[in-house]
Design a protein around this ligand. Sequence first.
Ligand code: 5GP
Length: 189
Amino acid sequence: MELLKQRILKDGSVKEGGILKVDSFLNHQIDIKLLNEIGKEFKKRFDGKKIEKILTIESSGIAIACITAQYFNVPVVFAKKSMSLNLGKDVYTSKVVSFTKNKTYNIYVCKKYIKKDEKILIIDDFLARGQAALGLLDIINQAGAVLSGIGIVIEKEFQKGRRVLEEKGAHIESLAIVKSMEDGQVVFR
Ligand code: 5GP
């Protein structure tokens, strides 16, 4: 997606540890016009696939998933990163190793929001080592739901998350694929 790539080159910055910072338009301040284009692009990429719900993970995935969901006309469910009394006891849970924080955390989804046989599209901002998407896929499997695909805004190809997810049979669509980020330079595939 050319518009996104140009924006990454203009406003993104490379941080230590293979992290790309896109706080000015995706992760902190959010450019809604760009997000609308991202939503339309996901709709195009997954055209013809049966999608009944979008599943994401808090917090950065939520805005992207919500705008995308308008084009699919489906609800969004987001996995929570902390257990609260509001969630009740009937939850699916999985463990995720965080790429950016380098620690393991649990994610939780209330059982009533993912149904057996429901066709689910996972949406997230980044694909690095694939652990966040793997945790969401684990919850889909626990529920007996079906993965329709995984939509990623920015994939860092060199961190090899795609392989982990494709081994599980996932169809992945990434809107910008970063081949390398050496010397602070973002190079796309
Ligand atoms: P993974 O689970 O695929 O290893 O990493 C994906 C998750 O980590 C995403 O949910 C995203 O929030 C975060 N993440 C991974 N790499 C980056 C990055 O370069 N920049 C930002 N802002 N977040 C990242």
